[in-house]
Design a protein around this ligand. Structure first.
Ligand SMILES: NC(=O)c1ccc[n+]([C@@H]2O[C@H](COP(=O)([O-])OP(=O)(O)OC[C@H]3O[C@@H](n4cnc5c(N)ncnc54)[C@H](OP(=O)(O)O)[C@@H]3O)[C@@H](O)[C@H]2O)c1
Length: 260
């Protein structure tokens, strides 16, 4: 029930019609008995700075959760960044501190790894192909390296972004074999779509599913549709699959902890 004391957490997205986070976030708040609510705000990139500036002044703002396409731009609007957000320069959650200042953090990667473990898959020691080098993929790459994968290959449409991310991560995780490379899933233990491909009908697959071997776990960040064409193709090749929704259900607990 929304009351005069309810704390407000908008989800900043553009467009916002695909988002699933508010349903999961509000269910988590209700289960914990927290007086906090999320609603989606469809904010264009041109309107982002003005929206964040206005929200700063809202005393019952708990924070903001941030998704496509704002994760990079919003990091620059925070007063400070913590953890993976500080290293990556992207954030997907902002907490409004009592003095009105904004602290940005990034839980996409930790949420993804927690989702894998929740489904019984331990990434430590595994060889991983990650396709994508945007906001979500950068978070995943950081968290997978922190979780102790043995090898991480990052493939991206814009290869310079994959190279830059791999180079930044190598400096922080010297014990992990991290590099940029082609989007070829053959021979990896875990192959992940960390791009937005699969959200829209007619999207290309992020990699050639015909190159998959049955021992590979194929994982998604895309959660709408629930089962993407990549997961359908991977299951047809005999691979175990891991849906994007597991990342959000695991991550929402971390987001609520950060704001509560
Ligand atoms: N399940 C969850 O909890 C969760 C959480 C966060 C995000 N997500 C999902 O993750 C996805 C990515 O989000 P994001 O925040 O990382 O977005 P982003 O920062 O805009 O990055 C998009 C990524 O997708 C790539 N890409 C986009 N269109 C492409 C195309 N036509 N062909 C090849 N590559 C393409 C981009 O490559 P370039 O660098 O070349 O542009 C980039 O690597 C979205 O579907 C989002 O809904 C899910």
């Amino acid at each position: 029930m929304i009351t005069g004391t309810t704390r407000f957490t908008p989800l900043l997205a553009h467009p916002s019609r695909h988002v699933r986070t508010p349903g999961v976030f509000n269910a988590e708040c209700a289960a914990r008995g927290l007086d906090m609510v999320m609603v989606p705000l469809d904010v264009t990139p041109a309107g982002l700075a003005a929206t964040v500036a206005a929200l700063r002044g809202v005393a019952n703002l708990a924070g903001m959760v941030v998704t496509i396409p704002h994760k990079g731009a919003v990091a620059a609007l925070c007063d400070r960044l913590t953890g993976a957000a500080e290293m990556l320069g992207v954030c997907n959650i902002i907490r409004r501190e009592p003095d009105g200042s904004l602290t940005g953090a990034m839980f996409d990667g930790e949420g993804f790894v927690a989702g894998l473990r929740q489904e019984g898959y331990e990434p430590s020691g595994k060889s991983v192909l990650l396709v994508g080098a945007g906001g979500a993929a950068a978070g995943l790459a950081h968290a997978l390296a922190a979780a102790g994968v043995a090898r991480l290959t990052i493939a991206n449409r814009s290869p310079d972004k994959a190279e830059a991310l791999a180079s930044d991560l190598r400096a922080v995780f010297p014990g992990v074999n991290i590099g940029a490379g082609p989007a070829d899933p053959a021979g990896y233990d875990l192959a992940i779509n960390g791009t937005s491909l699969g959200m829209h009908e007619g999207d290309a697959l992020p990699f050639d599913a015909a190159r998959l071997l049955p021992g590979t776990l194929v994982a998604e960040v895309v959660m709408q549709p629930d089962v993407t064409p990549l997961l359908t193709a991977a299951a047809a090749r005999g691979c175990r699959v891991h849906k994007g929704v597991h990342m959000i259900t695991a991550q929402v607990r971390l987001l609520v902890d950060f704001l509560a």
